[in-house]
Ligand binder design. Structure first.
Ligand code: ATP
Ligand code: MG
Length: 302
């Protein structure tokens, strides 16, 4: 198996606080590797270590065969990175931003114009080359930032919450580009809080308080993490019922999903007891990824 990222007990402390603890992961070539976890769980810290920007406290790792501790400068040149706050220059035009990044990555002059035009087309920015970046909407800014990150045609791309704050249609368009890059062999590590995006990753690693607590395909996570019977119940004022429901002996977990509750029962034969107790019908469902993550987070906290 060809791994483009490997880490072994990768750890980062800030003073006494451990932000990432003993993280061991492997990422295959061409894979879209989703990196999920609650706020402050250590996603950005991990990505910054893998990009050669932040030094690990202990443990080891390599990216594209380069060692994180010994070769961070070479890693920085070889990868593409879109940070949580995209680094675009608002006072430059679309074209000028791409031109700046092509210079930064040392793209030869004869290739420059071709690459810039390719990125403009990829980002759907044709005709807006001369527009000031400050005037672009969220989705276009995001795709321009992606263009800047991949203008050097990196073999691996690190995306830290690339789609926060953009419209659902822009998010879908962005993920389509990610899928195309992956199909062409680019490896992509991406953090996101959106479950529809997580669903489209080949593999999902989930961290909580700096520790890896699950790592598998979306399908396997949905099949294997939750044991018991998950039901959905439409009920008035769902938040108000959680505590009461969770105190029932056959209810393991209960969480709000829009206007409905997802309730995890010990087994299918408890559905009737639940319906009798609440007076509302309950329908068995396949757990969603969100259910999986709620369950994992709860288990980890306890
Ligand atoms: N430079 C730093 N100095 C001190 N603490 C830091 C530093 N950078 C991150 N932390 C802390 O490390 C923890 C992990 O932060 P990190 O930014 O990696 O989380 P995250 O998973 O990316 O969160 P979010 O989803 O909000 O982006 C947090 O508690 C954060 O406050
Ligand atoms: Mg972050």
């Amino acid at each position: 198996m060809e791994y483009v990222v490997t880490t072994s007990n990768l750890t980062r402390k800030f003073g006494e606080f451990t932000a990432v603890k003993d993280l061991t992961i492997n990422i295959k070539r061409g894979e879209i590797y989703g990196f999920l976890g609650p706020n402050g769980s250590g996603k950005s810290t991990t990505i910054r270590m893998l990009c050669g920007i932040l030094e690990p406290t202990s443990g080891s790792g390599s990216v594209l065969g380069y060692d994180l501790a010994r070769d961070p400068e070479r890693i920085k040149k070889k990868i593409g990175y879109m940070s949580q706050k995209f680094s675009l220059y608002d006072d430059l035009t679309v074209y000028e931003n791409l031109n700046f990044y092509s210079g930064l990555y040392g793209i030869p002059r004869r290739e420059k114009t071709g690459r810039i035009n390719e990125m403009i087309a990829m980002a759907g920015l044709t005709g807006r080359e001369k527009e000031l970046t400050a005037n672009l909407g969220g989705g276009l800014r995001q795709r321009l930032a992606l263009g800047c990150a991949i203008i050097s045609r990196p073999a691996i791309l690190f995306l830290d919450e690339p789609t926060s704050g953009v419209s659902p249609s822009s998010r879908r368009m962005f993920f389509k580009i990610i899928r195309d890059l992956s199909r062409e062999g680019t490896t992509v590590m991406v953090t996101t809080h959106f479950m529809d995006e997580a669903e489209r990753c080949h593999n999902i690693a989930f961290i909580s308080s700096g520790q890896l607590i699950a790592n598998d395909t979306p399908g396997n996570l949905k099949r294997n993490v939750i044991t018991g019977c998950m039901v959905e119940m439409e009920i008035d004022d769902p938040l108000n019922h959680i505590q009461h429901l969770e105190s029932l002996p056959f209810v393991r977990e209960c969480s709000v999903h829009g206007a409905a509750l997802h309730i995890l029962l010990d087994s299918r034969d408890k559905i009737s007891s639940l319906e009798e107790f609440t007076g509302f019908p309950a329908v068995e469902i396949t757990p969603t990824l969100e259910d999986v993550f709620i369950s994992l987070s709860k288990a980890h906290r306890q």
